[in-house]
Structure formats: C-alpha cells, structure tokens
Design a protein around this ligand. Structure first.
Ligand code: TXA
Ligand code: MG
Length: 323
C-alpha cells in the first residue's frame, strides 16, 4: 500500500516544483490524482500499460471500461488518433480546453489497457491549470477516470478522493473544489452522425451550434449497450444512501411522508434553479448527505429540458436499481 502524498496547489499559480515531483511519479508508473474543471481525475501515464493497470486496481474498475486520455493540446490529441477530422478540429477549437471528451479510432501507440481492448480512444483537454501543467511537465498524455472507487460518486474535492482512495494511490494534487462539478460530455465521432454517449457540461445545443447533426443516446437506448460504452450502464454515479426521484414536489411530499411513516430518516434534496450552479453542487451535496446518515434521499427531478440533460441523466442513474 503506498502512502498517499497530498500537496496543496494554487490553481492560478501551481507550484512548479510540486508539479515536477508529480510528473516524475507519473514517469515512474505511479498514480497521481489531480483536479480538472469537472471532477478530480486519477492519472497514470496513458501510454504505459502497467501504469494504467494500476488505475483499474486502485479503483476496482472492471477491465472492460475504457479510460479518458487527457492531453495538453490538439497536437497531442492528433498523435493518438488515426482519423482527425474537420469536425474534430472545429469542436476542439471551440471547446478545448473544456468539458468535452471526443472519441476517435485509436493510433497503435495507445495500449489496449487504456482503451479496454477497444479500437477507439476517448480524449479531452481539461480546463484547469494544475491539470494542464501536469500534462505539459510530464510531456505526454495522462489517462484519468474520475478518482473514485468504481460505482461511487465522482469526487469534486480532494477530501472526496481521499475518502475513497487514500493508501491506494501515490499522490493527490489538491487544487480545491472543482468549478464544474459534473463529468464531461462524451461525444463519439466514430459514428455517423456523431453520438452523445454521456451528457455533460457541454450541452447538446452548444454542440449543435458547431455541428448540426448529432444524436443523443437515451438512457435506455441500445446506444448505451455495454458494447458501445461499457462504463455507461444504467446504475452509476450513485450515493451510498438510496436515492429516489420524484416528478414534482407533490410526489416528493408523498414519498417523504410514506417513508417517514415507515420510520425512515428521509432527506429531501432541492435542486437550485440554475443548471450550472446545480451541477457544481450536486455531487458535493450528495457526498455530504451520505455522511449525514439518512435512510433515503428524495429529489425532485429538474425539467426534462436540454439545459438540464446532464443532471437529469445523473439523477436517473443514481436512482436506478442495482443490476
Ligand atoms: O469529466 C470527466 O470526463 C472526468 C475527468 C477526470 O476528466 N473523467 C471521467 O472519466 O468521468 P470516467 O472514466 O469516470 O468516465 C469516462 C466515461 C466512462 O463511462 C467510459 O466508459 C467512457 O467515458 N469511455 C471512455 N473511453 C471510451 C471509448 N473509447 N468508447 C466509449 N466510451 C468510452
Ligand atoms: Mg467515473
């Protein structure tokens, strides 16, 4: 078991000595968690299969679930793919650095371990200076899933990461809370038209302003079959406490009353009115509710509208039954 080093960094001026130490750890094949603008990632050298294997072990992640590779710029992304396209160029120019993950056919330099033996690779440029300095100083791509044990909530603070992974990873760069709070949008560019596999902080409407023709995988559609995106099984992103969604506040009242009558301690979680603020708070609040020890969490679903797609998706997954 490694001792987990925790280093505090100012996201506006990351200390270059600490970044250099973390980059050296990555060169040695070790695991370093770092902040991104969405959630914390658990990083390893993406082109080193043994190092990447360590991510799967630390998270308890099924080896069938591929990783997102984090790069510093378009040039680094292009070195990992065989089919960089005009569409990719336009999307990258508009949204990178930022919470958009693009899926391409992979270059042979990307190990099977990173892509779970698939022929495609997921890539993004994170909009966080600690993450970017780490990639640049390391000098290559960093594979990083969310820095939580498999199936748990994604971490939006260093404390969340340590709760799940202390003693299982070599270091964490603590840059404070993540500004976005919800994972990136995953867009598959190998299918035609491009398909959103996971809604996220970049919305369908934003993507459509750059490329008109896009399809959205619904939660229950075949697009979410294990073959297409192995990590996107229905139950995911779940707190430890049972969570149930209500369509409106009357249904929430009914459910709260029902469970309280049965003797359960019920938390009613209200989503704030602004989607970006709601995203930033959601996981942090669910982590906190888990700590408080309720028997059940009741959430009123936000409107079924494009701006709320990512939050809708995560709440439905969080409330899904175990498979
Ligand atoms: O915001 C994010 O995306 C964060 C930060 C750390 O970048 N990362 C993240 O990684 O959420 P992870 O591993 O927790 O979720 C990545 C999702 C998984 O559902 C995985 O199955 C899917 O992306 N994915 C990765 N590579 C893929 C591929 N080649 N084809 C289809 N789906 C892929
Ligand atoms: Mg994850």
């Amino acid at each position: 078991m490694p001792k987990t080093e925790r280093w505090m960094l100012d996201p506006n001026h990351p200390n270059p000595d600490l970044i250099a130490q973390a980059a050296t750890m990555l060169q040695l094949g070790q695991l370093v968690a770092f902040p991104t603008e969405t959630v914390y990632g658990l990083g390893a050298a993406a082109l080193n299969a043994d190092a990447v294997q360590g991510i799967f072990t630390a998270k308890g992640r099924p080896s069938t679930n591929p990783l997102i590779v984090h790069v510093a710029d378009i040039a680094m992304a292009r070195s990992l793919v065989v089919n960089w396209s005009d569409i990719a160029e336009q999307l990258a120019a508009q949204f990178w650095p930022g919470p958009l993950t693009l899926i391409f056919n992979k270059h042979s330099s990307v190990p099977d371990m990173t892509t779970a033996s698939g022929s495609t690779v997921a890539i993004r440029v994170p909009a966080n200076s600690i993450a970017l300095e780490l990639i640049r100083t390391f000098g290559g791509p960093i594979a990083a899933p969310s820095a939580n044990r498999s199936g748990h909530l994604s971490p939006t603070t260093a404390e969340h990461v340590l709760e799940d992974l202390e003693g299982r990873i070599d270091a964490i760069l603590d840059g404070g809370p993540c500004s976005g709070g919800l994972e990136s949008t995953v867009l598959d560019l190998t299918s035609s038209p491009p398909r959103i596999l996971r809604p996220g902080l970049v919305s369908l409407v934003q993507l459509q302003s750059i490329i008109g023709d896009i399809v959205m995988s619904n939660l229950d559609s075949p697009g979410n079959s294990p073959a297409l995106s192995p990590g996107l099984q229905l139950r995911h992103y779940a707190p430890k406490t049972a969570l149930e969604c209500a369509q409106d506040s009357a249904e929430a009242d009914f459910l709260v009353n029902l469970y309280e009558t049965a003797g359960l301690k019920v938390a009613r979680y209200g989503i704030v009115l602004d989607p970006a603020e709601a995203a930033m708070k959601l996981y942090a609040d669910l982590h906190e509710l888990d700590r408080q020890g309720w028997d059940r969490i009741i959430v009123v679903l936000p409107p079924d509208e494009p701006a709320w797609a990512a939050i809708h998706d995560r709440l439905l997954r969080a409330s899904a039954e175990e498979e």
